[in-house]
Design a protein around this ligand. Structure first.
Ligand code: IVH
Length: 673
């Protein structure tokens, strides 16, 4: 590209930025829509012809940049997400798991509160004595941004509620969104209505937010002082009475068949609605059952989002790439001729694993059907063999990892079958591919959460040999980074600050960040609660201390073996040791639940009547106690159900551990008088 063309291109970008600012921030367009669009397409044309882009380009930048200057506040009750279901089978499993958890009859039918899943931005509104005091964005679920003034501009949000039965103190939660006809007016600044809602909600000046016709629909609560309702459907009715907007599609339904029917009815009329919905949410209606079911690490057990089915398109495979994940899994990815699927350009689609390629006999050059559902990675569904060129060769899956190691297929002890996934056997940082993925995981949102160090930046710093191991991130040279193309002193400074900020973290995030196979967020939390601090974590160097972790309910042989392999690796130990000198571990303030089992250690043997093990565990934990799975001197109570292991009772007797039967247990935990 000649210098003069580059100059022209940059000038056009600058002009577009000016027009966007005036249009979006000041609501005073400088040019007509037609002129604006013309300029935008000129920019895109230059980019297409010369095969490059720029961070300020409309092809990269979406909408107007929201402000970063909001104060942050902790949510008193975390704002969690929802697990997803994609088909009837997922729903059957969801219901079965809950029936087991609650030890109900296998034919039990839950009543569900059924609500549309509005595709907007969630917000939490805190009311004290009927007055809206603070409104927060979801943020990372634990801490949100104070966007009170912007939220107050939304007409659907009541500022004062005078009803006598409105709780003294409550967080009302719901979705902020923009209706499709309103979106049309600001469409050129945003990729979709969701981005428009998010961008306008986070503008610095609430007067500007007020100009955007945002809407709010309420559907749940967070912290509350005195909720009187016993069902979600009653709570929603009261939301309506108190002056909130609720969805006209809310219903109560029993039976999976009926859920599926409602889902398909709504899916059919989805595009006639004036706002985007991306699925239906089913919530166990009874608050008592909700309370018993409780939460997993990131979502409640008592609710699920049933997503709408995917959009699909037909295209051609141009190549098959082998990607190596952080746990060594070799995933084949089809490179396809770019196609638009439901508004998103798709050029990659996963082929899952070697067995899947063989089963479907997928070849480079094949014409395939590709599906994309919501935020899930697009995947190849089927091959049109009628359109296959006779010369296409069968795809031979490589037996070596691109790093050079021979790959393996493991034997799965549970399914008693050889795994479909081929793996690179490295568990440290020796395989370059795994090491790079581990770095991406290390900085990701649920791990060290280093803002500004996304996947692309990691790739770039890796290629430039700035980083190889996680601790290298803390020794980056920011002067060099400031001189890189696309960077500058300010962005280097920002990165430096977010890296420094990430040094202080909780032990569970650290354990999760190491990317140990089978140790996800939930297990990392369990281990960190058991170990309490880093000094105990590092003792896992000694393999016999790892065995101790089998005492944790939820940690089994698979996790123990994986931890043992991880700690056997010298490079892993070196990385942990270097990181421990850099990181500062926040005290593990385990929210101590006060209750009948405060500071007590319990163990169960035998089957309990009408209470599943999982629920018994949650009862003990909610009452301040801990569960282990080995009898030792430390044990306070051994709870005995039907058909207990007599050896355990004998050891407990020898160690003078107090023994409880189910009635004793229920009395102490106040489940019965
Ligand atoms: S309940 C603990 N109900 O979906 C349960 N969420 O993936 C919290 N959403 O962050 C959410 N419609 O932004 C709930 N009727 C509905 C919803 C809904 C949309 C969004 C919400 C949440 C996300 C979870």
């Amino acid at each position: 590209m000649s210098n003069s063309l580059l100059k022209q291109y940059k000038e056009k970008l600058k002009l577009l930025d000016k027009f966007s600012k005036h249009y979006f921030q000041n609501q005073k367009p400088l040019v007509s829509d037609k002129e604006y669009d013309q300029l935008k397409s000129e920019i895109l044309k230059i980019e297409k012809n010369y095969g490059f882009t720029n961070l300020k380009s409309p092809s990269v930048k979406v909408g107007y940049k929201p402000s970063k200057k909001f104060k942050k506040f902790k949510h008193r009750v975390k704002m969690l997400s929802l697990s997803n279901a994609f088909n009837e089978e997922d729903l059957i499993n969801f219901q079965k798991k809950n029936i087991n958890f609650l030890a109900l009859d296998k034919n039990y039918e839950f009543e569900y509160s059924v609500e549309p899943k509005i595709d907007g931005i969630s917000a939490s509104l805190h009311y004290k004595n009927g007055k809206l005091t603070i409104g927060l964005s979801r943020g990372d679920g634990e801490e949100g941004e104070d966007i009170t003034e912007n939220l107050k501009t939304i007409k659907d949000i009541p500022l004062n509620i005078l009803h006598k039965d409105f709780p003294d103190e409550i967080d009302i939660r719901g979705e902020v969104f923009i209706e499709n006809n309103d979106f049309k007016k600001i469409e050129k600044d945003f990729a979709n209505p969701r981005n428009a809602a998010s961008g306008s909600l986070r503008l610095k000046d609430p007067k500007k937010t007020k100009l955007i016709p945002l809407k709010f629909i309420a559907y749940t609560f967070g912290f509350n002082s005195n909720i009187k309702e016993s069902k979600q459907s009653d709570f929603i009715k009261n939301l309506d009475k108190w002056g909130f907007k609720i969805s006209e599609l809310n219903k109560t339904i029993k039976g999976i068949n009926n859920l599926v029917k409602y889902h398909s009815d709504i899916e059919k009329k989805r595009f006639t609605l004036n706002y985007d919905i991306d699925g239906i949410v089913y919530k166990v209606n009874d608050f008592n059952l909700q309370k018993r079911l409780g939460f997993m690490a990131t979502a409640p057990r008592w609710a699920i989002a049933h997503k709408f089915s995917a959009n699909y398109s037909i295209t051609k495979i141009t190549d098959i790439d082998i990607q190596v994940g952080r746990t060594g899994a070799l995933t084949p990815v089809a490179k396809v001729k770019p196609v638009n699927i439901g508004g998103v350009m798709v050029s990659n689609a996963t082929l899952h694993n070697e067995d899947e390629i063989n089963r479907k006999d997928i070849r480079i050059g094949d014409t395939v059907k590709i599906e994309r559902a919501g935020d899930v990675i697009p995947h190849v569904i089927s091959v049109d063999k009628n359109l296959r060129n006779v010369n296409l060769k069968k795809f031979i899956f490589p037996k070596k990892c691109p790093c050079g190691f021979d790959t393996i297929k493991e034997f799965n002890k549970v399914t008693k079958k050889i795994d479909a996934v081929r793996r690179c056997p490295d568990i440290g940082f020796d395989c370059n591919r795994i090491a790079k993925e581990k770095l991406k995981h290390f900085v990701s949102k649920d791990a060290l959460n280093i803002e500004g160090l996304g996947k692309k930046v990691i790739e770039k710093f890796w290629d430039l040999k700035f980083i190889k191991l996680p601790d290298d991130i803390f020794n980056l040279n920011f002067q060099t980074i400031a001189r890189l193309e696309g960077w500058g002193p300010q962005s280097a400074e920002n990165l430096k600050n977010s890296i420094n900020k990430s040094k202080k973290l909780k032990l569970d995030r650290f354990i999760y960040s190491l990317g140990i196979r089978h140790i996800g967020q939930e297990n990392a939390k369990l281990i960190s609660e058991f170990l309490c601090d880093y000094s105990n974590f590092i003792k896992l160097k000694d393999q016999k201390n790892i065995e101790e972790l089998s005492n944790i309910d939820g940690i089994g042989e698979t996790q123990i073996t994986s931890l043992k392999n991880f700690f056997k690796n010298k490079l892993n130990l070196k990385v942990i040791s270097s990181l421990s000198k850099i990181l500062i571990f926040e005290k593990n303030v385990i929210k101590k639940m006060e209750g009948a089992f405060s500071n007590k250690i319990l163990m169960f043997t035998g089957k309990l009547n009408n209470i599943s093990r999982a629920e018994a565990k949650s009862i003990v934990e909610n009452n301040g106690g801990k569960i282990v799975s080995n009898v030792s001197k430390k044990l306070d109570y051994l709870v005995i159900g039907e058909k207990p292991t007599s050896k355990k009772i004998k050891i407990a007797n020898d160690l003078k551990v107090k023994i409880l039967n189910q009635t004793d247990f229920e009395k102490i935990s106040k489940l019965r008088q």
